[in-house]
Design a protein around this ligand. Structure first.
Ligand code: GLA
Length: 394
């Protein structure tokens, strides 16, 4: 789907000027949820589902944005009036305009452009459709007007678009996954070392490609999209961030990353903050444990129980799961999955289950039946393996 995307920028000459196309994938986190904004560890993989973005120079002082998912709609924004346009443009176009705004904030003036996007990552499913969009746009715009920028800079631009223009207080996980993941690997990221914010670090610092070749092991990750849309910009996610910051303050540390083990969080007086902190501390330990096993060449099946423990922690301590996600996880395990967990920010969205490839065709309907029997919508299920990160399309 995204072959030939590595190496130098894919730039061809078209009649009306240079045309640049990038494709950027969504992600699922193998383990390491709500740890990124606590300067902790994450371990995502890229999905084989991408958003494509084509950028052409037009010579007019505007950005014209169209989406294959919104036929007939063209959103036009004056490049000199990006900030004012924010409130009046539809949500999808804010992500695109936010990227142009983030280039401008770095002193890079994007010329007049037509931007076409086409996304195959399900929206609102906790699979990072927004990062796929911002990363694809950032890559294509970079090739048009700022080829000196490296992937680290593109991550910062994509994060800034979401944080500052869209107004979603996300961490760096989704954008780093989209831009740095490679096929057959999980991306280990130590966010403290990676550094947050513009100029915070390099694409190599705190990053490692961990072998996770599920295809070779006869395994897949079964993605179960519960169909309950999650919404990162809404209160729950921001509240969890604030709770983690409050817990860190009470412990007298800059971030919960500084906390070595769950014993230390017992000093937190408020039981809710104590549970939030315990999730972050134990989740960091789970990422380290999974990465260590995979690095040592263990059978990926061995990590299954750690994924399921991660789900229990998100459900009980962090309280971001939903009855449908819990049901999906339980049903997948009952049907033979080695481990399962909700992915992404929570409050809806998707779960993943680690299953034998040969068993996926049986696990998927079993999960669907359990969910519908419990009164939830029929989920959308699909099997994936760790896929390529973002890059130019020739
Ligand atoms: C969302 C955010 C990420 C991360 C996850 C939870 O996907 O965008 O930065 O915090 O939630 O792990």
């Amino acid at each position: 789907m995204t072959g030939g995307r590595s190496g130098a920028a894919g730039r061809v000459r078209a009649q009306n000027g240079p045309v640049n196309t990038w494709a950027a994938p969504g992600r699922v986190t193998v383990i390491g949820e709500h740890t990124d904004y606590n300067a902790g560890f994450v371990l995502p993989v890229a999905l084989p589902l991408v958003t494509r973005c084509t950028v052409r120079r037009t010579g007019e002082p505007v950005a014209r944005m169209v989406s294959a998912q919104r036929p007939g709609e063209t959103v036009t924004v004056a490049l000199a009036g990006l900030a004012e346009a924010r409130e009046r443009i539809p949500g999808w176009a804010r992500y695109v305009a936010g990227v142009i705004d983030a280039f401008a904030a770095r002193g890079i003036a994007v010329p007049g452009v037509r931007i076409e996007v086409d996304g195959a990552v399900p929206i609102g499913a906790g699979l990072s459709s927004s990062a796929a969009l911002t990363c694809a746009v950032a890559g294509a715009v970079r090739d048009l007007c700022a080829p000196e920028l490296d992937r680290r800079a593109l991550i910062d631009i994509a994060v800034a678009a979401e944080n500052h223009y869209v107004g979603a207080p996300t961490g760096v996980l989704d954008q780093a996954a989209s831009l740095l993941c490679t096929a057959g690997h999980a991306l280990f990221l130590d966010v403290r070392q990676f550094g947050a914010g513009p100029g915070g670090g390099s694409a190599e610092a705190g990053c490692a490609q961990i072998p996770f070749d599920l295809a070779a092991a006869g395994l897949v990750l079964l993605v179960v999209d519960t169909g309950q849309p999650h919404e990162n910009a809404a209160g729950g996610y921001a509240r969890r961030r604030a709770e983690c910051e409050a817990a860190a303050r009470e412990l007298g540390v800059r971030s919960l990353r500084e906390i070595a083990g769950p014993a230390q969080v017992t000093r937190i007086g408020d039981p809710v903050l104590r549970r939030r902190a315990r999730h972050v501390v134990t989740e960091n330990a789970r990422v380290a444990a999974v990465a260590a096993r995979l690095r040592a060449g263990a059978d990926p099946r061995e990590i299954g129980p750690i994924l399921t423990e991660g789900h229990a922690s998100l459900r009980d301590d962090f309280e971001v799961s939903t009855p449908a996600l819990d049901e999906a996880v339980d049903a997948a395990i009952a049907a033979g999955a080695y481990g399962a967990r909700m992915v992404g920010g929570g409050f809806g969205g998707s779960a993943i289950a680690l299953v034998d490839r040969a068993r996926a065709a049986a696990v998927a309907p079993a999960v669907g039946q359990r969910l519908t029997a419990a009164g939830h919508p029929r989920p959308r299920t699909f099997a994936v393996v760790p896929s390529a990160g973002a890059g130019p399309v020739r």
